[in-house]
Design a binder for this molecule. Sequence first.
Ligand code: ZN
Length: 459
Amino acid sequence: MKTYLFKGILQNNGWLPNMGITVNTVGTVTDIFSFDPNIQTQQVLGGYALPAFQNAHSHAFQYAMAGLAERHENKAAQDDFWGWREAMYQLALSLDPDQMEAVATMLYTEMARHGYTNVAEFHYVHHDKNGKPYANLAEMGSRLISAAKTVGLGITLVPIFYQKGGFGLEPNERQRRFISPTIEDYLKLLEASKAACKHYSHANIAMGIHSMRGVEPLDIVEIAKSGPQDFPFHIHVSEQKKEVADAMEYLGKRPVQWLLDNVGLNDRFHLVHATHLSDDEIARLAKSKTHVVLCPSTEGNLGDGLFPLRKYEEHGGKWSIGTDSHVGLSPVEELRILDYGQRLTSHNRNSYSYHTHGDSGMHALEMATLSGRKAMGNTTSDFFKIGQPLNACVIDASAPLIASSSMENLASTIVYAGDPSLNLNTISHGQLITRAGVHQQQVSITQTFLSAMETLKNR
Ligand code: ZN
């Protein structure tokens, strides 16, 4: 049993001041109660508790190249997503399992510092450097789970079905570590990944395909319809205009339109990016209750384009955030880039005007939390609830703008004027995994990461 006392906790309908939360030995909430700060003698955990952030899209290995690929020496050359992808392939081909684990452990420690307690790992580097499956098909996935376990982060492993090198194209040599040639091969990988999740109580499984261009259309239909129906299903889609044009040529339909027509999209599907949508796709997607996962810092870094958030919100569409390539790791930065992209192009500040309570910060936190949880297979909608694990990002109540704000302005102050220095603690499954931004094993995790980076030699 452990009790945390907060200056306030954020519930779905707003802040509750002076609240305590008790957890049992496995971190499940057993009591939520109010206390009188004048007579309470126990130490208050100095802050306001937000439901912890949910990172709905990650490729852990790409953290090793975050901030690289920015030296554009040939001014005349086009440098876009496809050029960046070559640099990413280079890295994917060079990592061994130990390096993968060291990079992921450092990354997840950084995620915890930024207030995330859960990550959906969209994982496709499955095989050894020659493209041969490891003796344990889920060797690399197991390393990601180990990394999350070391840090204390919850992980949803999403082993990815990756089969093709593009619409109608065989995979190329540089994709050899990603490939499952058939549905049967993928299902074996999924099974091995599910077994790997059993080694950590905060790990669970989801499934997914890399993209429309990465899997044969008939196999997409088959895996979506005959695979397990109770796992969240993740897909990269319509991130690039070229991808939409290629789909039009190969399938006669836009990618999302094709998915809507051929796969029963619903609440269990999480479409990553979905940047380039027609008005019809926006309306139908929202109506289907499919979620989109937006990765604003990566999408901005790669020059993908702007997701039509205002229109999608008008139709009641649901979205979460992910840090994808990890060029940015701050959840509030993701939320701001997302909203400011809409403001800059619509010349209007109320991107979420169709939401009833009209508080942008509160709306963004709620959407990213609840849709993000769904991406992890967690359907709990209460921010903090008895019987659920205590996952919280604790905001420093003594920071000047926080200390001087009324409760009704707190959420938007955190989202629009906050930065990672506001994060006092991160609590995952009832455990304080970072205190003042520092993880218990910070020194050894950093040392192992630096040694791995020395052997990788890519920075
Ligand atoms: Zn991605």
